[in-house]
Design a protein around this ligand. Structure first.
Ligand code: ADP
Length: 862
């Protein structure tokens, strides 16, 4: 918008340039046309002059020839000469005089001679036709003797008989004597009045012209003499002489030998154009001439026509350019008016943004835009954080017609169709049409024409304008106006949306915090480094037994509530906060209002940008502490009782062995000593007693082993599982051989373990694997698997298998699934294994399919 005037200036400049170009073209064309015309015109004039003088020269030459021809009729005409002689000699010879008169009369009348007369040798006029008395001209009297003597016809040029007499020309024909007498007897004078024929012949001009004329001149001494009457000055003939040194005069040029077209000044001193010709066989020169002024006059006329034409063309061109300029001006006025309108609108919109609440604001802005765009329908929405289009308002008509509820409406992105406004937003460009371009869903307004314009801010779409159904087509100007409005709205809308979003976020986080604050899940206080508590929630008050009033009165100070032995912890936390802003949670105690101590976990943070105020959460851990104390007590009790039990088991098994050995040995002694004296029954009883004692002994041994796992265990050290297995196999050599068992082992790792106990585990598991065999020869596979944090050992057999329901039972002490008769044993092997594995921090379990074999697993942590 702001570069409007600049553009206008540029355009004006451009138009002026066009105009200058046009004008130059027209002027050059006019000028060259005129020049060309003038050149052609001059040539035409010259040609005309030449043609006219050609014609005249011919006529004049012819005229002179005719006149001499006339003379020839008499010259040497013996009959005529005789008649004249006869008449001269006998003037009263009426026949001769009558005949002569009639001849001359005929001649004079027919050939238009002014006067035909006869002179005798003495110069006396003897007969004249017309017969009027007239003295003989002096020059005739002078010339006559010479003519008579020479006997040659003479053409007597223009002359006056006397200064006041008219001009004549004459042909003087000598009348020859008869017979041998060649002497002339007289002269026949054929006098010509040039006014009758010659002058009209000369002055006739075949074309209409004001100044054109023909003149006849001849040289006379150092002058040029004008022979005929002229158009412009009277009494010229034979009167006007111009000296030969006036070389600019065409007549002078003529007599000095120039021929053809010349320019010069005539007798009046006026510039003329002349064509000069010499008339053959005469002293005459013909000059056809024309005032240059006349040529110029006609040229000037043409010049004027040309100038007028050029002027008209210039006027036309400037009118056209002026019209264009005006159009442009009008357009630019319109544009400026539009710009001014846009500015007003932008101000109105800015006001609306400032003064009106959000929802109303959208409505109001839309109203302004619809009014400005003369559109009955429209939409003004913004894009929310999720990218959905939120339309707080539409025009009433749209609400009514589309049955859209009157409230903010959100169009999530995944519901957008491919219609105009989603396209405008997706493609970040204006989409507009003056036709129905989309299928209108049922119940929607029939969109005839529309402009959908995304509101862009820093390259991002932040909102949308849509206007529709203006009465006439949307124009470029409408689009520009809407774009300019969108531009200014963007600048206001963007910060507004951002602020709203920030406010929403703040509100949300505040409400979340408030929920936490009020929830009583945790105690929360606001504190300062001086030791005050400025605010506390009810959970905190509950923990320490104070009231809100106590807090508000400033009585409750966290420093005072902290027993001196915890003060260093607080100091540490404050230091930590000074550095990082937060302190790691730690346990401490507070002195409650009633003086009791309450154990708590607290964690605190300094407010951002502040140095001495912060927030702190306080968790009451008295229940946990109590539980922990309880647990500790139980554990201590348990340990003690376990210890006692172990002690008892050890003592019992150790102390019981002695009396048992006695029972067994004395019973055996009894059986030996009284061999043969005891009946079978007594023998059988003794056998029972011995067997019982032996079994008891074994049980006690086993019990001792079991109890020793805890008491006699050695520290855990890196132990080669492979050699532990080797130890076990060595101990079981007899059993293995007896059962022809096959034991295969994979590579086994080194683990942290008590070597002899690990060997014990292998031994017990291998023994079971062989003992609980089926008919087939026992096959046992020992493997180990790295499971990351632990090694899992497995001992797989092909024995009888175990029902999984006994998964727990078989690991308990003295628990067996079979009778002694089926499979011997005390039911302590697996219990020992479990105890050992657990002492190593591991687990033991099995997988089995009864009848197919079992796999025992135990895991040892790395
Ligand atoms: P004992 O072997 O002395 O009976 P144990 O504690 O070693 O005692 O085993 C408990 C019981 O678990 C056994 O009686 C037996 O029923 C079952 N058992 C242990 N190992 C196996 C095995 N590899 N295959 C089948 N049953 C087994």
């Amino acid at each position: 918008m702001e570069n409007g005037p600049r553009r206008e200036k540029r355009l004006s400049f451009f138009l002026i340039l066009i105009l200058a170009g046009l004008a130059a073209g027209i002027i050059v064309a006019g000028y060259s046309y005129y020049r060309n015309y003038a050149k052609n015109y001059w040539t035409a004039v010259e040609q005309q002059l030449a043609a006219i003088s050609d014609l005249k020269v011919g006529e004049l030459a012819q005229w002179r020839k005719e006149r001499l021809g006339d003379a020839a009729v008499f010259y040497g005409n013996t009959a005529f000469s005789a008649l004249v002689r006869r008449y001269f000699e006998k003037p009263n010879d009426s026949e001769a005089s009558g005949q002569l008169r009639s001849w001359l009369q005929q001649f004079q009348e027919h050939l238009l001679y002014d006067r035909v007369f006869l002179l005798d040798a003495q110069g006396v006029a003897r007969m004249a036709i017309p017969d009027t008395p007239e003295p003989v001209a002096a020059h005739l009297l002078k010339e006559a003797p010479e003519i008579i003597r020479s006997g040659r016809t003479v053409f007597s040029d223009f002359h006056r008989d006397a200064p006041d007499r008219p001009i004549h020309l004459s042909v003087l024909v000598p009348i020859l004597g008869g017979g041998t007498d060649r002497r002339g007897v007289g002269i026949l004078v054929l006098r010509i009045d040039p006014r009758t024929y010659l002058y009209p012949l000369i002055s006739r001009w075949p074309a209409p012209s004001r100044t054109a004329e023909t003149l006849l001149v001849r040289r006379e001494g150092n002058d040029v003499l004008y022979l005929n009457e002229l158009k412009h000055e009277k009494n010229i003939a034979l009167n006007l002489r111009i000296p030969l040194d006036k070389k600019e005069v065409p007549a002078v040029k003529a007599v000095l030998g120039r021929e053809g077209v010349v320019e010069g000044k005539d007798y009046r001193g006026v510039p003329v154009l002349a064509d000069i010709r010499a008339i053959p066989d005469s002293p005459w020169f013909l000059i056809a001439r024309l005032d240059r002024a006349e040529v110029y006059a006609s040229l000037r006329e043409r010049l004027w026509v040309t100038v007028i034409l050029v002027g008209a063309l210039l006027l036309g061109a400037s009118t056209a350019v002026g019209f264009m300029w005006r159009q442009q001006r009008v357009r630019s006025y319109r544009e400026r008016a539009k710009a001014a309108e846009a500015l007003t609108i932008q101000r109105r919109i800015a006001d609306t943004f400032l003064m009106i609440s959000d929802d109303e604001m959208f409505n109001e802005v839309l109203k302004i835009i619809l009014e400005v765009m003369q559109s009955p329908f429209g939409v003004f929405g913004y894009i929310d954080e999720d990218g959905a289009l939120v339309v707080p308002t539409m025009t009433r008509q749209i609400w009514d017609r589309c049955q859209v509820p009157e409230k903010t409406f959100t169009f999530p992105r995944n519901t957008w169709s491919d219609s105009s406004w989603p396209r405008a937003i997706r493609e970040k460009r204006l989409v507009y049409s003056n036709k129905i371009s989309t299928q209108i869903p049922e119940g929607h307004v029939d969109i005839q024409r529309h402009i959908s314009l995304p509101i862009l801010f820093q390259g991002e779409v932040i909102g949308l304008f849509q206007v529709a159904n203006k009465g006439t087509d949307y124009t470029e100007a409408d689009i520009r106006l809407l774009q300019s409005i969108a531009g200014s709205v963007a600048a206001i809308l963007s910060p507004r949306l951002r602020r709203n979003r920030a406010e929403d976020a703040l509100r949300e986080s505040e409400s979340k915090f408030k929920r936490l604050y009020d929830s009583n899940i945790i105690g929360i206080i606001f504190w300062d480094t001086a030791g005050n508590i400025t605010q506390a929630n009810s959970e905190f008050l509950r923990i320490v037994g104070y009231t809100e009033e106590d807090v508000l009165s400033g009585k409750v100070r966290w420093k005072d509530m902290t027993p001196p032995e915890y003060a260093p912890l607080d100091e540490k936390a404050l230091k930590e906060m000074a550095e990082t802003g937060v302190s790691a949670p730690f346990e401490k105690k507070y002195i409650c209002k009633d003086g009791s101590l309450v154990p708590v976990v607290i964690g605190a943070a300094i407010f951002k940008g502040q140095r001495d105020v912060g927030i702190c959460f306080v968790m009451d851990i008295s229940a946990r502490k109590a539980a922990e104390d309880q647990l500790r007590r139980v554990l201590t009790d348990l340990a003690r009782s376990n210890k006692e039990l172990e002690q008892f088991a050890y003592v019992a098994s150790h102390d019981l062995q002695e009396p048992l050995r006695m029972v067994a040995s004395y019973t055996q002694l009894l059986a030996e000593r009284y061999q043969g004296r005891l009946d079978d029954k007594a023998k059988k009883y003794i056998d029972y007693a011995v067997d019982g004692a032996v079994r008891m002994q074994r049980l006690i041994n086993d019990l001792l082993t079991y109890s020793r796992v805890g008491t006699k265990g050695k520290p855990l050290e890196p132990t080669d599982a492979h050699s532990a297995l080797g130890e076990a196999i060595k101990n079981l050599a007899a059993t293995i051989e007896e059962n022809r068992a096959i034991i295969i082992n994979d590579e086994l790792p080194t683990v942290r373990a008590d070597a002899s106990q690990l060997a014990q585990v292998f031994q017990n598991l291998l023994a079971n694997a062989i003992k609980f065999r089926r008919k087939d020869l026992p096959r046992v596979q020992v493997s180990a698997q790295d499971q990351g944090r632990e090694w899992v050992f497995s001992i797989r057999d092909n024995g009888i298998g175990i029902d999984p329901q006994y998964a727990d039972r078989i690991f308990q002490i003295f628990q067996r699934l079979h009778t002694r008769l089926e499979y011997p044993g005390t039911g302590i092997g697996l219990a020992v294994c479990k105890r050992i594995v657990e002492r190593h921090g591991g687990r033991i379990w099995f997988e089995s399919e009864p009848g197919k074999g079992s796999t025992f697993f135990f895991a040892i942590p790395k």
